[in-house]
Design a protein around this ligand. Structure first.
Ligand SMILES: CC(C)(COP(=O)(O)OP(=O)(O)OC[C@H]1O[C@@H](n2cnc3c(N)ncnc32)[C@H](O)[C@@H]1OP(=O)(O)O)[C@@H](O)C(=O)NCCC(=O)NCCS
Length: 231
């Protein structure tokens, strides 16, 4: 995902950029609380003039969805939100976790691409977006026998933490890498006096959902939706 541009319609704002490497699919994000059909139509017109052929939205909250459905979008993916309280003393990770050097992003991206299937993979700009999404954020890695085995991006806004991204290289699955990266994130949030942490994942990602539940996360009632539309 390249750097995002802004579309303004009255007081309503959208951000957009190419979602896939071929540049035909747009990614649309950053809505006002209740986007209107007129504003969404204006955004779609702009995407058409930019040469896009279809559009995929960011994960949207229930109150953001009706305008998009009325503007012809359909559901692409449902996401579940899980939440957990942060205690004063979170357990230390069982495996070593270290900070990620600036020159290591390519290796992190390799792990991301191995762990996620094509449309969900991040590029360097996507990693920067995830790190910029909250006022404070950090990226941490675990090393395996042949380089970085997994990475996590965790952010904090106010007293709430967000697990923004988590990926483990498939050969290292099932060895506690994700568990360690999450434990490290929870400790950082605890040190920084967060009260709770949220994470969302695809409803179909049972492996991740099981992982979060095992670590004390509970289903939040909120469901997020990714929508799509031809242009
Ligand atoms: C989901 C993912 C991060 C798990 O990483 P991992 O390093 O294999 O996980 P861990 O070894 O730390 O396992 C921790 C827990 O995950 C769950 N888990 C691991 N393997 C599992 C499997 N085959 N089936 C179901 N649950 C499983 C278990 O709850 C496990 O706890 P346990 O060790 O006490 O049994 C990894 O599979 C991955 O990168 N998947 C693709 C990207 C992704 O889905 N990221 C998260 C999206 S939000």
């Amino acid at each position: 995902m390249a750097r995002l541009s802004t579309i303004a319609w009255g007081a309503e704002r959208f951000r957009f950029g190419p979602w896939q490497a071929d540049g035909k699919v747009a990614y649309l994000a950053g809505f006002s609380a209740h986007p209107t059909v007129a504003a969404i139509d204006a955004a779609l017109e702009r995407l058409r003039t930019e040469g896009y052929q279809s559009v995929v939205t960011s994960a949207m909250r229930p109150e953001e969805i009706p305008g998009f459905l009325a503007a012809g979008f359909t559901r692409r993916e449902r996401l579940v939100v899980l939440q957990r309280a942060i205690s004063r003393r979170e357990e230390p990770p069982q495996l070593s976790v270290r900070r990620c050097g600036i020159g290591e992003i390519d290796r992190v991206l390799r792990v991301d691409h191995a762990a996620f299937s094509a449309p969900w993979q991040l590029d360097g700009a996507g990693i920067r977006e995830a790190l910029r999404a909250t006022p404070r954020a950090r990226i941490r890695v675990n090393d395996g026998p042949s380089g970085i085995a997994g990475y996590a991006i965790c952010g904090k806004a106010g007293r709430t933490g967000y697990l923004q991204r988590l990926a483990v290289d498939p050969p290292s699955w099932g060895q506690g890498v994700a568990r360690a990266l999450i434990a490290d994130a929870l400790r950082w949030l605890s040190r920084n006096r967060a009260r709770g942490v949220l994470v969302n994942t695809q409803e179909s990602n049972q492996r991740a959902i099981e992982l979060y539940r095992n670590l004390g996360f509970q289903d939040d009632r909120t469901h997020l939706m990714v929508l799509e539309r031809e242009l």
